[in-house]
Design a protein around this ligand. Structure first.
Ligand code: ADP
Ligand code: MG
Ligand code: MG
Length: 208
């Protein structure tokens, strides 16, 4: 039974490349409403994931994704490290023993995002990465309900994430460092919603 190990390796490598290319952009976004490290944090974490992929061969997608999650927790740091780390840990756990189908991937995405919520307690409209994840899950579910294949559903999810990312611009932050700025956080795009969109765009390019 193929559990899509190669697909997930491709996704993580492609994500690492995208975050590396966009590191300066993500850090610039974080310099407006945070502490100017989001690009560096994500780049460092995903380069460590690439290191893990280079040195280890994984037999199962869940083992791979759980180790990637632990690497992100330990290397990204800040607010986003535990959040993305938990996403990949729960995402991988949910995929254990499952074939890769639109339904199983959907369940895993939901499990990952529930982990983000359990850790970060964000609500929709708080100007966080959840503002990209939430519409992405809705679009993914709607596409699968319409009979879309996995790649098509992920494409819809990535498009919805991008809209959610853009919709963070006028919002006042209620979680994380940006919330310290109060009303002055309005008018700036959330860095984490931006990295989430890059991760989902990469998923749409590389999975299944
Ligand atoms: P730090 O703020 O510790 O420097 P990063 O700059 O790496 O961490 O990440 C900042 C991003 O983390 C924000 O743009 C936001 O999207 C996300 N974030 C912060 N707090 C939360 C939270 N409680 N729930 C969800 N996302 C959050
Ligand atoms: Mg920061
Ligand atoms: Mg920081």
């Amino acid at each position: 039974m193929s559990m899509g190990v190669d697909s997930f390796v491709n996704w993580l490598r492609d994500t690492a490349g995208s975050l590396h290319e966009n590191a300066a952009y993500l850090t610039e976004l974080d310099s407006a409403i945070g502490d100017a490290d989001h690009g560096a944090n994500m780049d460092r974490g995903f380069q460590a994931v690439v290191g893990l992929l280079d040195e280890t061969t994984f037999d199962s997608a869940d083992d791979l994704l759980k180790k990637a999650g632990m690497t992100l927790v330990s290397k990204v740091g800040g607010a986003s490290g535990p959040l993305y780390g938990t996403f990949f840990l729960r995402f991988g756990t949910a995929l254990a023993g499952a074939d890769l189908t639109p339904e199983t991937l959907g369940k895993a995405l939901h499990a990952g995002v529930e982990g983000v919520l359990a850790r970060g307690k964000a609500e929709l409209g708080d100007k966080t990465m959840y503002d990209a994840w939430a519409p992405a899950l809705d679009a993914y579910d709607a596409a699968v309900a319409d009979g879309a294949d996995l790649g098509t559903a992920l494409g819809a999810a990535a498009e919805a994430a991008a809209k959610g990312r853009d919709a963070t611009i006028p919002l006042v932050a209620r979680k994380g460092r940006a919330s310290y700025l109060g009303d002055r956080s309005a008018g700036h795009q959330d860095p984490g919603a931006t990295s989430t969109t890059l991760i989902l765009e990469s998923a749409a390019r590389t999975l299944p």
